[in-house]
Design a protein around this ligand. Structure first.
Ligand code: UDP
Ligand code: MG
Length: 324
């Protein structure tokens, strides 16, 4: 029977939504105590905020909490790992601090996990329809490609918003990938997982930190961490191009031998040069991406660095004591 639950929430410049998020946490804490008899510990990770988020959080948080301050912005994936590393509870709930992840869904996920001892993870799956048809097709293609020839499936539209048992947390903290693709790692770790559908709320304030370019880079990161499919596709293109070249070459040869047709060379040459040049560059860039991942892993730098930890002083509200 689970007794304690850690809430892990990374934040970057969320001063605007700090007090609302603390309010949500308080409500969640009493609901969790009432419904499941569990004690809650809050682990907020400051991912290098440049506003006064930390001050606002430490002034308003109550009960049992700590704020792990990273030395700079390491990215949400690293911040989540920092939170997991500090988790000691029987269960852990990961949620965003911008109020897009609601209390109701959190409670629903916890209830599912408490009710069924056979399940280890309950994750929230976004049921949003993509804004455009093109985008949704792109997303589908992404998951289809990344999940092909894999022993595990990365579910579509499932992110960090999830509840898991301590054993899963432990498993995840053992994975020290430098370039982290959490969606993939969660699936890779295995365990028995269950989905709960949800629609994310609108951001309380500010804007998402994900630009279109970020998303593209992130997708590429997914591939380079979890799949060789792009390399295989490009290799296949190479083989097909070579075959096409051979067929065309044979055709030209026979035309010259049997019909004496002088081959108009310029356009065909140009097509071949540009096509193969493009293919070569694509493959080279792609190999570079994989080499870059290998390089980051072999440098073996820590995934994040903790500047200090501010923690509740004997449960007094708003009294943060800093420890290095
Ligand atoms: N976040 C973070 N580090 C970053 C970017 C974001 O800790 O480098 C936090 C952010 O404060 C929020 C959560 O991660 O609590 C999700 O970020 P965001 O809302 O930008 O992403 P989205 O909801 O659009 O996926
Ligand atoms: Mg958000």
């Amino acid at each position: 029977m689970a007794k304690t639950i850690d809430v892990i929430a990374p934040f970057l410049n969320e001063a605007q939504s700090a007090s609302a998020f603390v309010g949500l946490l308080e409500k969640l804490e009493s609901a969790v105590a009432e419904r499941f008899g569990m004690k809650m510990h809050k682990i907020l990770v400051d991912d290098g905020s440049r506003d006064d988020s930390v001050e606002r959080f430490s002034a308003t948080l109550s009960g049992s909490w700590e704020i792990v301050r990273l030395s700079r912005n390491f990215g949400k994936e690293a911040a989540v790992l920092a939170g997991l590393d500090h988790s000691r509870g029987d269960m852990a709930l990961i949620m965003d601090s911008d109020l897009q992840h609601s209390m109701e869904i959190s409670l629903k996920m916890i209830a599912e996990l408490v009710a069924d001892p056979e399940i280890d993870v309950v994750y929230a799956q976004n049921d949003r329809r993509e804004a455009s048809w093109r985008r949704s097709q792109l997303a589908r293609l992404f998951y289809k490609l990344i999940n092909s020839s894999q022993r595990f499936d990365i579910p579509q539209n499932a992110g960090d918003f999830r509840v898991m048992r301590g054993a899963v947390v432990k498993a995840l903290t053992q994975v020290r990938d430098k370039r982290r693709f959490n969606k993939g790692l969660f699936a890779w770790a295995g365990f028995r997982q269950k989905a709960v559908l949800y629609t994310p709320d609108n951001r309380a304030s500010g804007t998402s930190k994900w630009s279109r370019l970020n998303l593209l880079a992130f997708s590429l990161e997914g591939f380079t961490s979890f799949s060789v499919i792009p390399l295989r596709i490009i290799s296949l293109c190479g083989v097909l191009a070579a075959l096409a070249g051979a067929v065309y070459g044979a055709k030209v040869f026979f035309e010259v031998i049997f019909y004496g047709i002088a081959v108009p060379g310029y356009p065909s040459l140009l097509v071949v040069v540009v096509l193969l040049g493009g293919l070569n560059l694509t493959l080279l860039g792609l190999i570079g991406e994989y080499v870059w991942v290998t390089l980051s892993e072999s440098k073996d730098r820590p995934v994040y660095i903790v500047r200090d930890i501010i923690a509740a002083k004997d449960g007094e509200p708003g009294q943060g004591a800093t420890r290095p």
